[in-house]
Every structure is written in C-alpha cells, then in structure tokens.
Design a protein around this ligand. Sequence first.
Ligand SMILES: Nc1nc2c(c(=O)[nH]1)N[C@H]1C(S)=C(S)[C@@H](COP(=O)(O)OP(=O)(O)OC[C@H]3O[C@@H](n4cnc5c(=O)[nH]c(N)nc54)[C@H](O)[C@@H]3O)O[C@H]1N2
Ligand SMILES: Nc1nc2c(c(=O)[nH]1)N[C@H]1C(S)=C(S)[C@@H](COP(=O)(O)OP(=O)(O)OC[C@H]3O[C@@H](n4cnc5c(=O)[nH]c(N)nc54)[C@H](O)[C@@H]3O)O[C@H]1N2
Ligand code: SF4
Ligand SMILES: [Mo]
Length: 688
Amino acid sequence: MPGQTLSSPQKAQEGVYRTVCGLCNGNCGISVAVENGRVVHVEGRKNHPVTRGYICPKGRAVKELLEAPDRLRRPLKKTAGGRWQEISWEEALHLIAQKLNDIKAGYGAEAVAVHVGQAGVRKESTLYAKRFCRAFGTPNFSTAGSHCHISKMMANMVTCGVLPVSDYRNSNCIVLWGYNPAASCPPLLDPINEALRRGAGLIVVDPRVTPLAKRAGCHLQLRPGTDCALALSMLHVIIEEGLYDRDFVGRWTAGFDRLAKHAAGYPPEKVAQVTWVPAEKIKEAARLYAKSSPACISTGIAVELNTNGFQAARAIAILQAVTGNLDVRGGALFVPEAKLASLKLDDIDRGSFKPAVGQDEFPLFYKYTRQAQANIYTEAILEGKPYPLKGMVIAGSNPVLTWPNAGRVKSALASLEFLAVVDHFMTETAALADVVLPAAAFPGRNELWSIAHVYGLPVIGLAPAVLEEEGVMTDWVFWKELAGRMGYDEYFPFKSEEDAINFRLEPLEMTVEDLKQEPSGHAYAKWKEKKYERRGFKTPSGKVEIYSEELEKYGYDPLPVYREADAQGSSGYPLVLTTGARTIGYIHSRFRNLPSLRRLSPEPLVEVHKDKARELGVEEGETVVVETLNGSVEVRVKIVDQADPRVIFIPHGWSGANANILTGNDVLDPVTGFPACRSVPARIVKIK
Ligand SMILES: Nc1nc2c(c(=O)[nH]1)N[C@H]1C(S)=C(S)[C@@H](COP(=O)(O)OP(=O)(O)OC[C@H]3O[C@@H](n4cnc5c(=O)[nH]c(N)nc54)[C@H](O)[C@@H]3O)O[C@H]1N2
Ligand SMILES: Nc1nc2c(c(=O)[nH]1)N[C@H]1C(S)=C(S)[C@@H](COP(=O)(O)OP(=O)(O)OC[C@H]3O[C@@H](n4cnc5c(=O)[nH]c(N)nc54)[C@H](O)[C@@H]3O)O[C@H]1N2
Ligand code: SF4
Ligand SMILES: [Mo]
C-alpha cells in the first residue's frame, strides 16, 4: 500500500482520544476508544465547551461505519466481462494515471473532470484535488458547491461581503428559513433552546410542519420555491411601516430608495396568492422580526435549491441588513476565518485553459468559485457541449442519487471512456466505474476542522488520525500518490498529511502537535462587534449593496426579483414536490446499510396530505407512482395531516425511489446553476 511508503508517523492504535466527529458540520466533541487498532467505543464529551456531550445517532454509528461488512477494502477494477477484480494500489494508481493521460492526449486536458462531493466539504484533501486539476491542466474541478451553500454564500458576499453566522444564544428573534437544524445540525438546538427559554421569538419558514415549526410562534407554511416573494413582501411591510434601522440604512447601505420602490410591488395581499402564506401572517412575521432586535435569520439549503434561490438568498440578506442586524451580538455575526497558508495554484501556466463547463452560462458562479458547474456535466458528456468530457474522477459523492436529472446522470457516467470513484462503499455511482478505490474514514486521517461558520466561534482544531485502517487510503494520500505518478511532485511537496497541515498552519504560528494539545480547538481570533464601522463592508462601495452593480454588470437583476419557475409543459402536474429535507440518521445517500440508522427511517415514503390522499383514493402504505416532467418513481405513501394538500415530499438519497429521477437540470438558477430540487411540478398516479 503506497500509504505505507510515506514517512507518516505511526498512527495511534490504543487509547482514548478526545477529538471531534467528522461526519457533519456539527463537529461534536467526542471521545473515541481504540483497542487493538479497532474503535471500540464512541461517546459525546460532556466537558466539550460547545457541544457539551451531544452526539447524534450517526456519531454513535461510527463503529458500524468502520466495520460495515460491505466496506471496500481493496482497489477494484472492472474486467471486460463487467466483473470486479481486486488489484493492488500500485496497479490502480498506474491505471488511473495512464487513462487520464490517454484522454488528455486524445481530447485535451479539459476532457477530464474531477468532482469532490459532500464528503469532501471543508476537508483539506479537496484543496489537493483542485491542485491536482490545475497541475493536470483541466478547468473542470467541481464540488458539492454546485448544488450546496455557494448560492447563499455568493448572495451574501455580493450584498455585504461575507456570509454571516446566526448568533442564536444572544438573539431575541430567530428565523429558521428553509432550515431545519433539528435534523441537519442538531447540536445547534442547544443555543436555540437557550434563546427560546429566555423568551426569544421563533419564526419558521417551511412548507412542512417540522417539530421546530410546531414550536414556532410564527410558522410561515409557504409554497415551495416562493421564498424570494415572501422575503420581498416582508421588506415591503418593514419599509412601509418604518420598521427599518434608519441610521444604519442611511450610513451603510447603497440603493435603499430603489429597494423601497421595488418592494412596493410586493404587498402582502398580492404575495399571499403567490406564496400561499396569508397576508396577516406575512405582516406578523415582518413586524416580529423587525421589532425584536437583535434578530438573526438562518438561510437553509431549501432556499438555494430553487430556480429563484440566489435572489431569494439576496432578499433575505437585505432583510438582515436593513433591520440593523449585521455584525451585532444576537444577530448575523461576521466571523473571520482562520488565515491558513494558501494552496491555490490558480496562476499556474498550463497554456490556454479552456473555459470550465458552466463558466459561460454561470460566469459569476465561476468568478466566486473557480469551479465547473457539475449539474451540466451531463450535457458535456452526452452532447459534447461546450466540448466533450470523456473521463472523470469522483471522490466522496454519489451523483447517481444526488444530482438533478439522475436518470441522465447515470447514462452519462456510464458512457464515459473512463471513470474512477473513491468511496467507502460500492455505491450506485461506483458501480458504473472502471476503477473503484477504498477511502479511509475520518477516524483514520488527520483533519483540520473549524467551527466559525457553524457556531460563530473563531476556533480551529485538529481531529487526529486515531487508527490505521488496513487496505484503504486517505483521500489526501490518494491525490498525492496519483499526482506523484503523473509527474506533479513539485506541487505536492509534503511528505505526509501532518506535514501538509503544518504548512497550512504556518501563518498562525502553530503546528499539528500544538493543536493536538487543544482537543476542543484553538481560538485564533476574538469577535468584535460592527467591524464595518472601522473597515467598511467588503464590497466594491464599502457599503451594503442593496442594489448590486456587480449583478447589473453581469446582466442579472440588481435588486432581487421574484420570478416564477418556467411552467412550460407542467399543466398536467398540479402538485408541488419538494425533495430532500434531511433526516437525522442519514447524510444524503449514505448509511442505508448501517442497521442502527436504517431502523430510524427504514424506507423512502412520499408524504401526502390526508385530503389529497382521499381525493386520489390512495391509502397509507400503498405504492403509487410519483411523476414529473423528468421521470417517475414508485414509492409507498405516508399520509400526513398538517401539510398543504397541494404539496408532497420525498426524501433523497434512496436507490429504490431515487428522488432525483424526478428533478431536472434543464431549468437552473440563472446566476448559480443550482437545481430546483425543492419545487418540482408533480402528480401522483395510482397503480391499477
Ligand atoms: N442528518 C443530516 N444532516 C445534514 C445533511 C444530511 O444529509 N443529513 N446534509 C448536510 C448538508 S450538505 C446540508 S446542505 C444541510 C442542509 O440542511 P438544512 O439547510 O437544514 O436543509 P433541509 O433539512 O434539507 O431542509 C430544511 C427545511 O426546508 C424545508 N423546505 C422544503 N422546500 C422548501 C422551500 O421551497 N422553501 C422553504 N423555505 N423551505 C423548504 C423542508 O421541509 C425542511 O424542513 O444539512 C447538512 N446536515
Ligand atoms: N433531490 C435532492 N437532491 C439533493 C439535495 C436535496 O436536498 N434534494 N441536496 C443536495 C446537497 S445540499 C448536497 S451537499 C448533495 C450531496 O451529494 P453527494 O456529494 O453525492 O453526497 P453523498 O450522497 O453524501 O455522497 C458522499 C459519498 O462519499 C462517500 N464518503 C464518505 N466519506 C468519505 C471519505 O472520507 N472519502 C471518500 N472518498 N468518500 C467518502 C460516501 O460513502 C458517499 O457515497 O446532494 C444534493 N442533492
Ligand atoms: S451531529 Fe452527529 S454526525 Fe454531526 S458531528 Fe455531531 S455526532 Fe457527528
Ligand atoms: Mo449540501
């Protein structure tokens, strides 16, 4: 195994380690007991200053994940007959290097794309994957950012220069907008509960009646995908009733007068018809939010995953600004990220790079990310637009279940000349590959973590490798070894993960060893209120750009405009389908094979309101067909009594009833290319 040829220090094999869980953003403080090279026990660390002993069912299932009987332990190659054959790491890396070079020689470097999925979000190895692409010469590097987080990040950067973080604990009013931390980041319930106990208001904007929505004083049960209209109508009320922060608006914003005129076109009575939220409720929410300073709004993925998502996130960013909630305790904190040494190779000279896939269609997305837009790789692979893609390396993603228009994604990936997948399991995507490589899991690698973007605390730490898993390789080592075989050693000068992390930590004058001494993390900065008063906002004008000249320059709406999704051909699809709301036991397509988590949600179900079920003559547990313009899936019915009868819901990430067979990649958000996974015209058909 090449991992062993590296001079990485021997990883610990015995003992109880204080670390953080690497499975999601929660970064829960846990302790991991290792005996004879195996994890024997995992528990929450009660004395952890932030997560205070919390651990969710996924964290508790780490042992199951590590020892799953179907875990990949050896590289596999598909034979001409379509069977899997075990090969050595040496052979696997050699084969990948050779195939990628062949494609480069035949079609150009841009014919190879590398995608790092959700498993690589905020992981050091992702930066190396990008470096690999630069060294190889392809512009086609993409991440889960093609359909996650980047849209709201861009919307906030355009508006106020940074994506703020909600300070729940000190807030007087918390708005969870298309965001459900009870499932997606449960340790955040602690500060939220603390604020609610203190009497803070809670507004939940969600078409479904979640447990948090039930606790909310104000639940706006909107039609999926109409968030932008709702936010503009709240702005309408706030401006008309003079509830905005005059001083802040006067000194620190640009374009407020234009906004006032624009928002006048979104009166609650009119917007109620669009959003299905009664006008009185819109007014109530606007008043509660504006009058309860400090207040914070958390924008969830649901806002982003609609064709109007970018502008919806913009309108919400503007709401936070005009109410004076930016960078104040209890509001929307601007938290500095740790200054780490850069790993960018953007200025490398590789001749003339072609534009990345999606760069012409979504130039602002490209400007902010320097990434390809993966949602349209299918068009490059199947149609040669803008040029053919022939080979891919996919690490930490399962596009066959998670990308829009999954039926087409599957055909596209199957038609590649070469596909390599790095994963823990033989996923639906890995099954299409020519080579599959087994990746180490988080307790088996050194990983930097940061919680600034989740808890608003400028704290960085290290989750050390606490065991050495046999046969597998960490993603970092994979990219380094592959680069080494392709002659790119100069870009990968680090001998080990620890060396590489030490390089990153240099600006902080810290090392891996220092961070190991601080298992709950190291505070690299102190948050100070209203930093803009000294430095201005990080926008071209130094002010909050309510009216964005940058958007105007790119040909986008400079003020957020609500636009209905293109309804062409959808007249026979009277329901609105929203897909993919998180459940606590799964991460996207992961963990269906882990018994303790499978028990929590044993199968995918379509949620249908009882009146709609009666109207359609379908019963609890009955298998129906859910159909959209993109495709259809068979799925059993769960009858619910609190949804809007016009809305149905299906979880994503299941192979049987793959929700993304139903979603499309033809109508995408015009600014970011994000798909409309949360608002798809649909119908239910009974199986005779
Ligand atoms: N357990 C678990 N945790 C996760 C993940 C996971 O897969 N599993 N994934 C991680 C990732 S990558 C992400 S991006 C985050 C996402 O986490 P969140 O941002 O919390 O997103 P969701 O839970 O998917 O959706 C939040 C709510 O949006 C509602 N909703 C649906 N459609 C709409 C709409 O059109 N408008 C509005 N306003 N609301 C709508 C849903 O009913 C749901 O309750 O979670 C992260 N955490
Ligand atoms: N319909 C619908 N579709 C959606 C969404 C939705 O709400 N609705 N949400 C979207 C969002 S926000 C996101 S972020 C994407 C996520 O979609 P993906 O990026 O595809 O994420 P996962 O399904 O979690 O796939 C991660 C894969 O990485 C593997 N893995 C885990 N750890 C490691 C590791 O350390 N190394 C390697 N190499 N592999 C590892 C897992 O086994 C799994 O197969 O889905 C998007 N798709
Ligand atoms: S919420 Fe669960 S999966 Fe996420 S970090 Fe905490 S224990 Fe791990
Ligand atoms: Mo995501």
